[in-house]
Design a protein. Structure first.
Length: 762
């Protein structure tokens, strides 16, 4: 379809990745070599790998399957003595958390000058949403509905991280997440599978660039494979229970998109699937990744997940865990040393075939060669850090990404945008002057002191305005002693900007929250600010959807600003004062209360859908079924009106296309951007229930005040496909409904018919 970013089919792992540079000096993407040359290059690479394998001892092979962490973040740039000795013996293939060209050069020097075979190390790190220049958390950035923004931010992160000695990032996270209690919802693209596929491709391309061998390219790692976002009760590391159909139609497609984008590596998830932990799950690793998708990527575990199978209860000891992981298709063991300690003996005992080890080593060596490390092992140790890190262009890109990620939830009395002159503004709340918490979770090497706070951003945006400030309370505290000063500040002002939300460690890994309300006494402070009678603008800085029913019912203006990174304050100032008309749209549903969770727009229907006139239907007796804010929702400082849909035909042949056209008019007084969203529903699933709506496209269009734009989408049979009752993949003949509108709950609608059923390749 027109806006369905095609995922590029990468033939060679070393090239063909589309890159988008923003303020980064770069050569043009490398031209695609003729097929014969690509085949010749691949053959030569395979010959080198086979020759190297013949020289390697079993212990040296297992070394390539071993990943250890440095002590950089704990004790400075060091590695434990036993790890250094393992590197000298060729018993380590990769190191993570080793930073700076000086330190990585020191370790690489040991690998290529003091080992028998001189095989270089890979250096990895969690570069999630920026390295030095920090961009919005991935959940926020996905709300921009701008794939170029996401590819650009990943590209900049790769440029900065590679200049600090790195080759590999443990990103992007492409888990579908539908439970805001789960802290790691902050790291992904939200609840929708189709959108998750588009974002996965954009971020892989951004990290890897046009050529893996370039010094400023990072190997990407799609994680967490798979269904980690379905953790029961929203508790991190918890178990999952997902049907095969749900896996194939909901949780796996973003990983498949990463494969199609040429993603170099995959990381196994901590959870189990069908009773088998992901690090020992042959269906995931051999059946899906290798056989069906034919991915050449190598698979790394998450931190110590092989050893954790003992706690899962599917293995008796570390040796059993190592055997199951290796036989299932794991290529590299992160930190547990299970492969290093147990795999040689397992091979000699016949419990793990040597061919399994050889295949794993081939995959690891192939990407070391693709990265160019055999030609230049110090590839990332000689880059000019100061000229490519935290530059003005990078900060400008971060500011642009941040303001595009902001979602205007409420503006009932048009309090926003604020005037820049002749106004006194009270800026209160625990995050009003905060810098560090603006970074959000997994913020790389970002530095809080280099962030722009909200009060700094507002003052810079409106230097002629008057400001009074008060913190009011801490983020998560019962102390109300600061309320008086905050209320006094509000009374002196024309309008109150209350900056509230979560600290950066309240979301992310191991940060599940049973009650995702505003923490501490922040709501109590809001109630006192509301009582002053002054207009209150609530600016939320958080890493997950919050349950804010009271705020929705009692405040006229709510801005979802998320954790926006380095340029947070400037971006918020741009939006609050109207220099940027907000255009972000939610990629995850906001529930009214925690009792509705999990809540997502593309659920399947029930045989007794909610009916207010029938007690015996699927509904709550104490609140509506509907969310507080649906997927795709977001307001603007202007208004958009959708005309009725025009279909090119009411019948779609599987070999043809159907065009959906709608005129969108900006009926307000300001120029603005609208995200027109396309949804479909299969009204009869031929034996299988289907979601009530599914996103299949979007168009983000800028429309001047008073003008109109015609937005066009193209539907094909592939856009209607799913795993049918017999688990084949295809589209079924029958009636479909299509919507185009501003979010998943509203829009203009029409119907068409798919003329005949068709089986399609996955």
């Amino acid at each position: 379809m027109k806006n369905n970013r095609s995922v590029r089919n990468v033939a060679a792992a070393t090239a063909l990745f589309g890159s988008l540079m923003w303020g980064v000096a770069s050569a043009a993407p490398a031209p695609v070599p003729p097929a014969s040359k690509a085949v010749d290059a691949g053959a030569r690479q395979n010959e080198r790998i086979e020759a190297l394998l013949k020289q390697m001892t079993l212990e040296e092979k297992v070394g390539q399957m071993t990943l250890f962490s440095s002590d950089y973040d704990k004790t400075g740039p060091t590695m434990r003595a036993e790890y250094l000795d393992d590197i000298r013996k060729g018993r380590v293939g990769a190191v993570f958390n080793a930073l700076t060209p000086e330190f990585t050069r020191k370790l690489q020097k040991i690998a290529v000058e003091q080992t028998r075979l001189k095989i270089p190390l890979l250096f990895g790190y969690d570069v999630i949403h920026g390295y030095k220049t920090i961009f919005p958390i991935p959940l926020a950035e996905a709300c921009s509905f701008d794939l170029g923004v996401m590819e650009r931010s990943a590209r900049i992160a790769a440029v900065e991280a590679s200049a600090d000695g790195l080759h590999w990032t443990f990103a992007p996270m492409v888990d579908i997440a539908r439970d805001p209690r789960w802290g790691r919802i902050a790291e992904g693209a939200g609840e929708d599978t189709w959108w998750g596929q588009q974002v996965a491709g954009a971020r892989v391309h951004g990290f890897q660039g046009s050529d893996l061998s370039r010094p400023d390219s990072l190997l990407a790692c799609a994680k967490h494979y798979a269904a980690y976002g379905a953790a029961q009760a929203g508790r991190d590391y918890s178990t999952t229970d997902v049907s095969e159909r749900e896996m194939l139609d909901t949780y796996l497609p973003p990983f498949h998109a990463a494969v199609k984008a040429g993603c170099a590596t995959f990381m196994t998830a901590f959870n189990d699937l069908n009773g088998v932990p992901c690090s020992a799950n042959e269906w995931l690793l051999r059946e899906m990744l290798r056989r069906r998708w034919k991915s050449p990527a190598f698979v790394v575990t998450d931190y110590t997940s092989i050893n954790e199978m003992i706690e899962h209860g599917n293995v008796a000891d570390q040796a059993d865990a190592a055997a199951q992981a290796a036989n299932a298709g794991v290529d590299m063991d992160m930190q547990s040393a299970a492969f290093l300690d147990k795999l040689p003996a397992l091979v000699r005992a016949g419990k793990v075939p040597v061919a399994v080890v050889d295949d794993a080593v081939r995959r690891v060596l192939r990407y070391k060669m693709a990265k160019g490390l055999f030609e230049n092992p110090y590839l990332a140790c000689d880059l000019p850090r100061s000229s490519v890190t935290f530059t003005a262009d990078h900060r400008a890109a971060a500011r642009d990404a941040a303001r595009r990620s902001i979602v205007l939830l409420e503006n009932k009395k048009n309090v926003l945008p604020l005037r820049k002159t002749g106004i006194t503004i009270a800026v209160v709340g625990p995050l009003s002057a905060d810098r560090t918490n603006m970074l959000g979770t997994w913020s790389g090497q970002g530095e809080g002191e280099r962030c722009v706070s909200v009060i700094e951003g507002l003052r810079a945006s409106a230097p002629s305005a008057s400001f009074v400030t008060a913190k009011g309370c801490d983020i998560d505290s019962t102390d109300v002693s600061g309320f008086t000063a905050a209320v006094d500040a509000a009374r002196k002002a024309d309008v109150v900007v209350a900056v509230m939300g979560e600290s950066n460690d309240m979301s992310g890994e191991a940060s599940s929250r049973a009650n995702p309300d505003l923490p501490g006494v922040q709501r109590r402070l809001l109630q006192q600010l509301k009582a002053t009678g002054k207009p209150v603008v609530l600016v939320l800085c958080n890493g997950r959807p919050l349950t804010i029913s009271w705020e929705h019912d009692n405040l006229d203006t709510i801005v979802e600003a998320w954790h926006l990174g380095t340029e947070a304050g400037n971006a918020i100032g741009d939006v609050l004062f109207g220099d940027c008309n907000p255009s972000g749209r939610l990629v995850t549903t906001f529930p009214r209360a925690v009792g509705q969770i999990p809540l997502y727009y593309n659920h399947r229907n029930t045989g007794r859908p909610a009916d207010s006139k029938n007690h015996f239907t699927s509904k709550y007796i104490d609140m509506p079924n509907e969310p507080l804010y649906p997927f795709g929702y977001g307001r603007s400082y202007t208004t958009f009106v959708y005309a009725p849909l025009k279909l090119s035909s009411t019948a779609l042949d599987p070999d043809g296309t159907l065009t959906v056209e709608v005129k969108v008019t900006n009926s307000g007084s300001r120029d603005g951007e609208e995200v027109a969203q396309l949804y479909v529903r299969d009204l009869v699933g031929e034996g299988v229930t289907r979601p009530v709506r599914e996103m299949r496209g979007f168009e983000k269009v800028r429309i001047a005040a008073g003008e109109a734009r015609v937005v066009t989408f193209t539907l094909r049979a592939a856009d209607l496909a799913f795993h049918r009752k017999d688990m084949t993949y295809g589209a079924e003949a029958g009636e479909f409904q299509v919507w185009v509108g501003p979010d998943s709950a509203n829009g203009q609608t029409a119907r068409f018919r798919l003329t005949r059923s068709v089986t399609l390749p996955e």
